[in-house]
Ligand binder design. Structure first.
Ligand code: NOJ
Length: 741
């Protein structure tokens, strides 16, 4: 099977490998294996390992390279992305292993962002579950399916914090909060990579987009990022760090500039922060042609210099740009790049290939029988249904209690999205297939009977066409309740989908206005990949259920939540503003010198045409039941330097149905050497509480959780007074205080 001699050589050389000082046996053996391969390689072959090309199976960027098969054969391309299925990746792997001189196996990367074939809710939606186990499971299932289809590397998790709803890529992240974002990043890495990368059901994770890609000015994708170093370190860096601490072995450098330097040329980011500060041991791949784009950024005059900047900054692998391929050899020969630098880059890439088990069996991930078994396995679809329901957020359910729907009620289902299957998958659908899926409408009919569920499109998600209004209104007139499924189509979020408005597009809201005149209960089911301005809809609808893009089983998940078979418990992980003018808006803002609560009516930090507070705050989400919080009990009012503080509340389910509540704990550092946020999330727990019952929830606070970058940029705590808050969202909280000694 393995024609080439790399393996035999390894076996022979292992015996002497274990003596390296300061390293574990396993590390020493791995290093030795890597070096054994490295020393066989020509400079061309080394550069070949530092190259990643897209196959023509999927297009995820502006350019496609022709002739990648030949590059593989010649040892000029060691890594491929956008190729999948066990059969096709086997074909490519066979070329690498059997036809290239050294037979070094390929890595196969793909954007398995929220599923491979079984598609889970978009990541922003999944984050709203606040359920780390379910999120990890979703990544686990995604890895299992991808690994069975030839993939051994996913370009996920995206760990970009964002407070920018205009930016379409918020759909791919975990929202605005560094604490929650860090927990989710770690859960996703663990889900993808498991405990052992060599396990054929796990795949390599890629932490992206390093760094601060989520803060483009004006929300325009790829735009300049400009923030203080303190904000970067305290707010944007933690989720990347958490992913690396969780063991992620690859990182993607982002398109954007930070501190005036594009990330792919930033030694500060890729070496000083990533390797020195965070101790990252894996390899760095660029985002798609981002080395080349440094010419456009204006940091270098030509592509050759761009490559030089990138390789010296710490980029190990060039995605799609062909810059390393074209210029690196000459630059090494001319002494512009040290051979040792190239060796180190290649070592890091080979190391990961060893860790994935590819040198043992290059076809480990190309097993067609396994692919048949794993793809769309019933347990995977069950896991997706579970997390899809958990991701949904009930934003409104007024006293009419239009939700939950009751079996037998006549419902008029309206909206293009209700009948769509493709849209349920959202952006980055990987290899997901919507042709066999059921739409929300199909599932509602299956649940409540064809006779009780009627449908009219009403209008499209975008455009000005109102010709379907009359039929939709006539249909609604004959129904008991209206279920209006509106929002954004799936391709309105994801990469390159920035918007200058965050309104519901087209004439959908106008249709809602006209339906309102019928005076029937209206339930809005909202599909979207970003926070939207719902100021009008929140007045017109009796109930609003935010379902994001819920994935392969999305129609069923929506139906079960609408009919109360599942009591919604999701909570927003991004603030929903009242209007675009409030953006950026996030709960961890600073107080300012003139906060809005001052008595003076004019000279304070406020708008003259809008309240300051958002429509729906971070952490917000309703349930079909209600919860009451007791006052907070502290184990101590004084937190010693090495001490522990426990904060407990009693939460009661005061309604008539069982439910789950995400109990959230925030703190505020009242006086700092630099100003501090008005609230910072420091803990959360999702608890199931039966109707009429109560549960105690306790949070443990230790001083290290209160650390930040102080005035002199050292990281640590400062003694003083703190507030501590606990509640069901970032706004409605109980409050107490403690002192940090
Ligand atoms: C560009 C995107 O920014 C990145 O997230 C993705 O992984 C690559 N293209 C590869 O498709």
């Amino acid at each position: 099977m393995y024609r080439n001699f790399v393996l035999a050589l390894l076996a022979a050389s292992l015996l002497s490998a274990c003596a390296t000082s300061g390293k574990t046996n396993a590390d020493a053996i791995l290093d030795h294996k890597v070096d054994s391969v490295l020393k066989l390689m020509t400079l061309d072959e080394k550069i070949g390992q530092m190259v990643l090309y897209s196959s023509d199976w999927d297009v995820t960027g502006p350019s496609l390279k022709k002739g990648y098969l030949d590059d593989i054969r010649k040892g000029n391309c060691g890594n491929i992305f956008n190729a999948h299925t066990a059969a096709y990746t086997r074909k490519l792997q066979k070329i690498a292993v059997e036809e290239s001189r050294l037979g070094i196996p390929l890595l196969f990367g793909y954007d398995v962002i929220h599923g491979h074939k079984t598609i889970f809710p978009i990541s922003l939606g999944e984050s709203a579950s606040w359920d780390l186990a379910a999120i990890e499971k979703s990544a686990r299932v995604s890895a299992t399916e991808a690994a069975a289809s030839g993939i051994n590397w996913t370009f996920a998790p995206m760990c970009d914090i964002s407070v920018e709803p205009r930016w379409g890529r918020v759909s791919e992240g975990a929202g605005e909060d560094p604490y929650l974002g860090s927990k989710i990043a770690a859960a996703r890495v663990h889900g993808f990579q498991g405990d052992n990368l060599a396990d054929p059901s796990t795949i390599l994770a890629c932490v992206k987009h390093f760094a601060a890609y989520g803060a483009p000015l004006a929300g325009r994708d790829y735009n300049t990022v400009d923030m203080s170093e303190r904000v970067f370190l305290d707010t944007y860096l933690p989720p990347y760090k958490a992913a690396i601490d969780a063991g992620a072995m690859s990182v993607m450098s982002s398109f954007n500039e930070l501190f005036g330097v594009p990330a792919s040329g930033s030694k500060y980011l890729l070496t000083d922060i990533l390797r020195t500060k965070l101790g990252f041991k894996g390899f760095v791949v660029t985002d798609y042609t981002s080395i080349n784009e440094m010419v456009n950024h204006g940091i270098v005059a030509n592509e050759a210099d761009a490559g030089l900047l990138a390789v010296k900054a710490g980029v190990d692998m060039d995605m799609q740009g062909e810059v390393y391929f074209k210029y690196l050899k000459k630059q090494v020969k001319e002494g512009l790049v040290a051979g040792k630098l190239i060796d180190d880059d290649v070592r890091r890439i080979l190391r990961v290939k060893f860790m994935l088990g590819l040198f043992k069996d290059p076809y480990l991930y190309c097993d067609e029988a396994r692919e048949k078994r794993e793809v769309y396995a019933p347990a995977h679809l069950d896991a997706e249904l579970d997390v899809a329901k958990k991701s949904m957020v009930l934003l409104k359910n007024d006293s009419l209690k239009a939700l939950p729907l009751k079996a037998g009620e006549k419902i008029a289902v309206i909206g293009e999205l209700a009948a769509s299957t493709r849209d349920l998958l959202g952006s980055w659908k990987a290899a997901g297939d919507w042709n066999f899926m059921k739409s929300t409408l199909d599932e509602l009919k299956a649940f409540n009977g064809e006779a009780n569920v009627t449908y009219a499109e009403g209008c499209k998600t975008s455009g000005e066409d109102r010709s379907g209004f009359a039929a939709a209104i006539a249909l609604a007139r004959r129904a008991d309740k209206i279920v209006l499924v509106i929002g954004e189509s799936c391709d309105w979020s994801g990469e390159a989908t920035s918007r200058t408005s965050i309104n519901i597009p087209g004439v959908q809201t106008e249709l809602l206005e006209q339906l309102k005149a019928l005076k029937k209960p209206i339930v809005v089911v909202l599909m979207n990949g970003r926070p939207l301005d719902l100021s009008k809809e929140s007045l017109l609808a009796n109930s609003i259920l935010e379902v994001w893009f819920p994935g392969t089983m999305g129609g069923k998940a929506i139906t079960q939540v609408l009919y109360g078979q599942y009591n919604p418990a999701g909570k927003l992980t991004m603030t929903f503003p009242r209007n675009l003018g409030q953006v950026p808006i996030y709960y961890y803002e600073k107080n300012t010198g003139r906060p809005i609560y001052l008595a003076n009516p004019k000279y304070k930090s406020r708008y003259i045409d809008s309240p300051n507070d958002p429509l729906y705050p971070f952490g917000f989400g309703l349930s079909y039941t209600t919860f009451a919080y007791s006052d907070i009990k502290l184990s101590t009012n004084e937190l010693a330097e090495k001490g522990v503080l426990r904060a407990t509340v009693n939460v009661t389910n005061t309604g008539t149905v069982d439910g789950e509540e995400v109990v959230q704990c925030y703190v505020r550092d009242l006086v700092g050497s630099v100003t501090r946020p008005v609230k910072e999330l420091k803990g959360f727990e999702k608890v199931a509480i039966k109707a009429g019952e109560s549960k105690n929830v306790t949070f443990t606070i230790t001083p290290d959780m209160l650390a930040f970058h102080r005035l002199d940029m050292t990281y640590g705590t400062e003694p003083g007074d703190y507030k501590l808050f606990i509640g069901g969202n970032s706004r409605d909280v109980k409050e107490t205080g403690f002192v940090l000694r």
